[in-house]
Design a protein around this ligand. Structure first.
Ligand code: A3P
Length: 257
C-alpha cells in the first residue's frame, strides 16, 4: 500500500523470490484511480498473474497509501486482505522523493536552451522566514500518521505489517523473514538470494536462474542537504513520528535531531 520511495519495488521483487508468491508486474492503480475502479473487480483480476493453488498474489501501487477512498474500497473487495506498509526515516524519504521529482522533471523537458536552475531541496522545504513548508508534498507524505489513521479505522491492526525500509536496504533477510511469517508462508528466502553490488551500493537479487539488481531509478544518488536543514526537519517530524509509533504500537527509533 506504500509509502512511495520507501522501497516498495525492492520489497515486491524480493518477495517474488519466494516460490509461493506471484506479483502483478506494473502498478495496477485499481483502488486509487476512478477510471480503473469503475471498470470493476473483473478488470482488476485480469491485471493479475496466473497463480497456482496456495500461491499468494501481491501488487503494489504506492499511491494507495495517500488516497482517501482506498482503504474502504479494499475492504469492500476483501475484508481479510493482508497489507504491507513500508516506511523509511521521513527526512530521507522526502529527499528521495525530491530526487525523483527532479529527475522526472529533467527527463520531461530536457534543456535545449538555458532554463532556470531547479530549486534546491532546502529552498522547497523551508519558507523564506525559515519555517517548515508543510505544504510541500514530499514533506506532507512523510507525515505517515496523517494517512495511516484512515487505514486503521477500516482494518484491524493485525492485518497490517510495518516493514522498515531502512533496514530492508541494510539487511533484507530479517525483514523478509518477518513478512513470510506474517503472510503464513514457509521460510524460503535467505541470504543465498542476495549479494551486495559495490557499484550500485545496494543488495541485488539472485535466484536459480539469474542475478539482477533493481533499475538505476532505484538507489539514486541523493543531493547533499545542509545538515542544519536536516536537523530542523528531524525536529519537525519528531512529534509526528511519535504519533505514528503510537498508532502502530512500534517505535521505529528515527532520529529527532
Ligand atoms: P533512492 O533511490 O532514493 O535510494 P520505491 O520503489 O518505493 O520508489 O523506493 C525506492 C527506494 O528503494 C530507493 O530510494 C532505495 O533506497 C530503496 N531500495 C531498497 N532496497 C533497494 C535495493 N536492493 N536496490 C535498490 N534500491 C533499493
Amino acid at each position: 500500500m506504500g509509502v512511495r520511495k520507501c522501497g516498495t519495488r525492492a520489497l515486491l521483487e524480493m518477495l517474488y523470490l519466494h516460490p509461493m508468491v506471484q506479483k502483478a508486474s506494473g502498478e495496477v492503480h485499481f483502488f486509487d484511480r476512478d477510471e480503473n475502479y469503475n471498470k470493476g473487480l473483473e478488470w482488476y483480476k485480469m491485471q493479475m498473474p496466473h497463480s497456482h493453488y496456495g500461491q499468494i498474489t501481491i501488487e503494489k501501487s504506492p499511491s494507495y497509501f495517500v488516497t482517501p477512498e482506498v482503504p474502504e474500497r479494499i475492504r469492500a473487495m476483501n475484508a481479510s486482505v493482508k497489507l504491507l506498509l513500508i516506511v523509511r526515516e521521513p527526512v530521507t524519504r522526502a529527499i528521495s522523493d525530491y530526487t525523483q521529482l527532479r529527475a522526472n522533471a529533467a527527463t520531461a523537458s530536457p534543456a535545449t536552451f538555458p532554463t532556470p536552475a531547479p530549486k534546491t531541496f532546502e529552498q522547497l522545504v523551508l519558507h523564506s522566514n525559515g519555517s517548515v513548508n508543510e505544504g510541500y508534498r514530499p514533506l506532507a507524505i512523510s507525515v505517515y500518521h496523517h494517512y495511516l489513521h484512515r487505514w486503521l479505522e477500516v482494518f484491524p491492526r493485525e492485518q497490517l505489517l510495518i516493514v522498515n525500509g531502512d533496514q530492508l536496504i541494510e539487511d533484507p533477510v530479517p525483514q523478509l523473514k518477518r513478512i513470510e511469517k506474517f503472510l503464513g508462508l514457509e521460510s524460503k528466502i535467505g541470504s543465498h538470494n542476495f549479494y551486495f553490488n559495490e557499484t550500485k551500493g545496494f543488495y541485488c537479487l539472485r535466484n536459480e536462474t539469474s542475478n539482477r539488481c533493481l533499475r538505476e531509478t532505484k538507489g539514486r544518488k541523493h543531493p547533499r542537504v545542509d545538515p542544519h536543514v536536516v536537523s530542523k526537519l528531524r525536529k519537525y517530524f519528531g512529534e509526528h513520528n511519535q504519533k505514528f509509533y503510537e498508532l502502530v504500537g512500534e517505535d521505529m527509533g528515527w532520529p529527532e535531531d
